[in-house]
Design a protein around this ligand. Sequence first.
Ligand code: AMP
Ligand code: ZN
Length: 442
Amino acid sequence: GKVCMYSCGPTVYSFAHIGNLRTYVFMDLFRRVLKYDGYKLKGVMNITDVGHLTSDEDEGEDKMEKASREQKKSPYEIAEFYAGVFFEDLKKLNIGRPEIVEKITDHIPETIAYVQELIDKGYAYEIDDGIYYDISKFPGYGKLSRLNLDEQQAGARVEVNSQKRHPADFAVWKKAEPNHIMQWESPWGMGYPGWHIECSALSRKYLGFPFDIHTGGVDHIPVHHENEIAQNEAITGKKTVNYWVHGDFMLVDNGKMSKSLGNTYTISDLEKRGYSAMDFRYFCLNAHYRKKLNFTFDGMDGAKVSYARLLGALYQHKTSEAKTEDSVIKAYKDEFVEAINDDLNVPRALGILWKAVKEPKSRDIYDLALDFDKVLGLSLDQAKPEEQPKVEAPAEVVEMAEQRIAAKKEKNYALADELRAKITAAGYTVTDTKDGYVLNKA
Ligand code: AMP
Ligand code: ZN
């Protein structure tokens, strides 16, 4: 009756992008389905605020320290700021906060004790720059990603650290360079925990081994989660996570999202372009979590229009006094339950909702939708008459529309008319609404 779930949390050195957020929408859907099925949940999420290096191969700078240097703030201030924005994003997206959320910097003693245990059991060794896990001691290494060690060796990048016994050995504790701001005393001198040990130490502390479910993005399978398994099983000698469940990636224009391509959008970027967080959640719900999801602005336009239509149709159900037969409602509900329990088939569940919405108007359909919304999390109780969704217009057109509203407020109707003419000349129409205006392509 109870599910213990661990979810890898964000490294709080920057804003979460929509790809990261897709993974947390997936986590949230999973949690909601379990709750809908009647399970009690104990979810744990870490906040990585130290030790995640710019390269997953234990090289490069600590992401937190890099941001600290670039933004001229202490790493603690950086962490506090970006963790704050992250939780605001989750709230906007109706992503429930896991029951336990913990920062790694509040758990340094636990990570040190864990590393010491690995050394005592013969699984870790000390070299000049830190303590490393000796993967040759763990025959199961690679089983999650179905890679064998030779393949990993062949795939490893040019070896930088010649003291490591195997190229895939990974740091569980790093000795700090003098300029590393975040550092703590340890049996091995001043240092800080490695990224992978953080999740092992926290899941062990708050859930205990074995626990039920571990989630994350697919990128974490080959290194981060493989390393967690190696660390965990060194302690118990047994399986420590019953189910690993990974969300697939979000692509942008069918390619990778990256800072250098300028396509790592945040929720506030989408908001600035006129999309709400719920439009984005609706967009995510249209793809199964184990499939890649390609982000495009055309796709977002489609999601925005469909979501507005859904709310509009539900408003009509809400305000109807007619009834729908119980057997019809029950059939929809059964179908819905089957879909969400078929490996979280949320796109199918959404299709079932749409089918129900197309029934003759009745308050029962609205109530059914609110019940489905416990899983979908689309704020369907906000059902309202459908408005023409705002279309995306070039910045200068939006600017003119804003100036026009200001002119009208000042009763400068001549200027307002002149601006309207300019907007029309630019190929757009502007319509006044109760809350402002709507731009449409002419
Ligand atoms: P990080 O803060 O880098 O540890 O990433 C936070 C989460 O986002 C992890 O679970 C990653 O697997 C996930 N993630 C990173 N990039 C993407 C992407 N493009 N699409 C979906 N999930 C992603
Ligand atoms: Zn993790």
